[in-house]
Write a protein that binds this ligand. Structure first.
Ligand code: SAH
Length: 326
């Protein structure tokens, strides 16, 4: 694949400055299409890669709401499933409860689709939500998906900030105050809400972010587990931004759908029983007691992922209130 850096330079020289959203989209499309970014050898680690407990508790959340909905036939849908680890751990719990849906994976990266096939065996892949069938209620999971979608940045006067070239270097317009939003994320949330209204079901959205409190410039790059400069080497480092849960809620809102949360990931995992799960795992593998406790702490401690990461659910009318988000 040609380097996105050279392509972006050519594009800017040819057509002029690009928006931050265009820059982020081009960089991430190349980034995810060409590598497995997860894990120790990669650039960052996500909750399902920290411990099987995460996917299992997502599975418990699904089984709980599905049972109280009357155990209907459903489709499992996951947005940006990474290596498929969360889906695999959740599926074990689902099958244990007698729920064995088709797995629909919305994934644009051919590289990660192959990894998901390896992890999960049978599944169906989609470029976006439009091809996911509408003949059954949907159970949708999105963990660290929205943070990778392109954001728009504007200055305090509402002017969209652009990325230009200074020689070979990418530079973003200077701004004293940066105001972000993500039309791409809002569009996905609106489409997701429509699908839930029409087919019924529930969506679980987990990501790092805030609830509409305008934190300024949150675009960040991560490479080899360290923060890096987002304006260097586009396409070879992961670009993410804080997810605005208030904006997702606003895009999804409307009759026929309720929104729950967001609450901190620590609180949510605790109310779903992470302590009990950790104790059971430790009992089954006494030699791993320290490792299991460390993973639990990493997922729930306020100074780690417990507070910055937020959990929100969208639930169609006719489906019960979800666990842990009251
Ligand atoms: N959910 C996984 C992976 C998070 S990384 C985990 O928690 O480990 C982000 C994921 O979203 C990757 O699988 C990436 O390829 C996918 N992705 C990024 N942009 C996407 C888009 N526009 N449509 C579908 N998938 C996308």
């Amino acid at each position: 694949m040609p380097s996105p850096e050279a392509e972006l330079r050519d594009r800017i020289r040819r057509d002029g400055a690009v928006t931050v959203a265009d820059y982020m989209e081009a960089a991430n499309a190349h980034y995810y299409a060409t590598r497995d970014p997860l894990g120790r050898a990669g650039d960052f680690i996500t909750a399902p890669e920290i411990s099987q407990m995460f996917g299992e508790l997502v599975g418990i959340w699904i089984v709980d709401i599905w049972q109280r909905a009357g155990r209907p036939a459903v489709h499992y849908v996951e947005l940006g499933p990474g290596r498929g680890t969360l889906a695999r751990d959740a599926r074990r719990v689902l099958r244990g409860a007698g729920l064995d849906p088709v797995f629909h994976l919305v994934e644009t990266s051919p590289f990660l689709r192959a990894a998901q096939a390896e992890t999960l065996g049978k599944a169906t892949w989609h470029q976006d939500l439009s091809t996911v069938p509408d003949d059954r209620p949907l159970i949708v999971v999105a963990n660290e998906f929205f943070d990778a979608l392109p954001i728009r940045q504007r200055d305090g006067e509402g002017r969209e900030l652009l990325v230009r070239l200074d020689g070979e270097r990418f530079v973003r317009d200077p701004a004293r105050r940066v105001v972000e939003d993500s039309p791409a994320s809002a569009a996905v949330a609106a489409r997701l809400a429509d699908r839930l209204r029409c087919s019924g079901g529930a969506a679980l959205i987990i990501d790092y972010g805030h609830d509409g409190d305008a934190p300024g410039d949150t675009l960040q790059a991560v490479s080899a587990h360290r923060f890096a400069d987002p304006w260097q080497a586009p396409g070879s480092r992961d670009l993410t931004a804080w997810v605005d849960f208030g904006a997702l809620r606003g895009a999804a809102a409307g009759p026929g759908l309720r929104c729950f949360g967001p609450v901190g990931q620590g609180r949510w995992l605790t109310s779903l029983g992470i302590e009990i799960r950790a104790a059971a795992l430790a009992k089954a593998s006494p030699q791993r007691v320290t490792e299991i406790a460390a993973a639990r702490d990493r997922l729930i401690a306020p100074g780690q992922m417990g507070r910055l990461f937020q959990v929100m659910a969208l639930v169609s009318d006719g489906w019960p209130d979800p666990a842990g988000l009251a």
